[in-house]
Design a binder for this molecule. Sequence first.
Ligand code: ADP
Length: 280
Amino acid sequence: MIYSLREVSKSYPASGTVVNAVNGFTLDVQPGERIALLGPSGAGKTTLFRLLNATLRPTSGTLRFDGSDVGAMSGRELRSMRRRIGTVYQQFHLVPSLTALENTLCGRLGYWSLLHTIRSTVRPTKQEREQAMAALEVVGLADKYCARADELSGGQQQRLAIARVLMQDPEVILADEPFASLDPSLKESLASLLMVLVTNGKRTLVTTLHDVETALRFFPRIVALREGHVAFDTTPAEISRESLKALYDGDSESNGSAARDGVQWRDDKNEPRCAPTCAR
Ligand code: ADP
């Protein structure tokens, strides 16, 4: 088991009261699984995401990573855990003034001392450079290795963020809305690319998504959150139009409308048409 969460809660103090963002959450994740986290705005997806990458600790309950209790980890153990987890953020978090190659090299930061970081970003060893070029090749950006990150398009920047994670070579990839703000064809090609990289590298992928159609199409397991709880945890084929409606009911901010209207349903059954493509 790569993740095991038992009755995990995370609360925040908020103007004299307490917000239970994640509330008694129980979940097991096996190595190699591909999971989409769905839910309306405020359901607790971001908080859960931050618990999984250990930038937040649970207020109560137990979160285990590869058998070890994250809440009891020392600073050194936490750093070692984070090296095994690659995070792809919606805002890419690239260094705009560095080249694509330099940004890719930054994927190894968790492994390097400060001195090594300065030396390797400016003057990488032959092996580091080859590794970074290979990662850029995989995401189709080898010809842009010299371009500054801020000279790249949105889709190229997202691919660069994925190359940086490949350079890190993590066992787990956590992606927070990785396809947001991309046009539909780019979303499609990046989602396909991410699936191939995760499957070939035998990595685990957990992604927050507001795009229900992409979730149902590409992910074999859907974990839906509502008010900090698991609303449902199932395969796309098992999800009905009604369960999605109930999940997003009353949500005006996230794409509840896509959940209600955007997904194509088979005429005879309440099954999403896109589900069969995401076989394990
Ligand atoms: P989602 O990502 O699904 O929109 P979040 O995890 O961001 O949900 O938020 C869940 C709940 O926790 C919301 O009610 C939100 O307002 C609250 N929340 C999130 N972060 C904080 C914080 N730092 N301080 C206080 N409340 C927060």
